[in-house]
Design a protein around this ligand. Structure first.
Ligand SMILES: CC(C)(COP(=O)(O)OP(=O)(O)OC[C@H]1O[C@@H](n2cnc3c(N)ncnc32)[C@H](O)[C@@H]1OP(=O)(O)O)[C@@H](O)C(=O)NCCC(=O)NCCS
Length: 195
């Protein structure tokens, strides 16, 4: 599968106007919670601080129930479609992981983090292979970080996401319920990164 239809970019000023338009249209880079209003407010208050916050490490993350937890090490990438002449911003993908006391990556995740990777593609750009390609590109970043495998989860009914994960080598591990996020059944996949 080719990953050349997308290019992944660290959040930056160049793409920010398109990112703002997507938030204003109601898109949220977080699938568990609509973060568009708070991100628009943060950008309006101080765009450079907003971008630094996305790129930096540390701080807190607010969960859907309003509680705050320590932010894991993560990378956030904005997805640019390079198969279109205007190279539009089409979505976001992120990778988070834990580190041991020596700063080495470990594969365990805390209970409130359902998987290592999350992605959302703007509805008007769906169906073009962008999520599949973005996940393929992020696997390369995860390998470079030193993670031997990734856990990725999706809702049972999210057939598109299941297909995206399977196309990227995901092996079904188990179905489970995460009560903190509701009664829905979810599927856990594993993608091995070591060759
Ligand atoms: C799910 C989502 C990421 C898909 O993005 P996308 O860029 O359209 O995905 P892609 O085009 O790369 O691939 C979708 C695949 O699923 C398939 N698919 C789409 N809808 C499907 C359905 N209802 N049943 C089965 N397969 C489906 C497509 O045919 C494609 O597979 P193919 O390449 O073999 O044809 C996007 O719709 C989205 O952001 N949804 C909301 C957030 C979300 O669900 N994120 C994932 C959380 S785990």
């Amino acid at each position: 599968m080719s990953d050349r239809i997308v290019s992944l970019h660290a959040p930056g000023r160049d793409v920010l106007p398109a990112y703002i338009r997507a938030l204003e249209a109601g898109w949220s880079p977080n699938t568990m919670r609509n973060v568009a209003p708070e991100q628009l407010a943060a950008i309006a208050a101080d765009p450079d601080a907003f971008l630094s916050g996305l790129i930096g490490r540390g701080g807190k993350i607010r969960l859907h129930d309003g509680s705050e937890v320590a932010r894991l090490p993560d990378i956030i990438r904005w997805v640019i479609a390079v198969d279109q002449p205007e190279r539009p911003f089409v979505g976001s993908i992120n990778l988070r992981w834990q580190e041991d006391d020596a700063g080495r990556p470990v594969t365990d995740l805390p209970p409130h983090v359902l998987g290592h990777v999350g992605y959302t593609i703007l509805p008007n750009h769906a169906g073009n292979g962008y999520a599949s390609a973005a996940l393929a590109a992020v696997l390369a970043e995860a390998r470079a970080i030193g993670l031997p495998f990734l856990k990725i989860t999706c809702d049972t009914r999210n057939l598109a996401s299941r297909r995206i994960i399977e196309k990227n080598g995901g092996r079904f591990v188990e179905s489970f319920v995460a009560p903190f996020y509701g009664p829905e059944e979810r599927l856990m996949y594993r993608i091995d990164l070591e060759s």
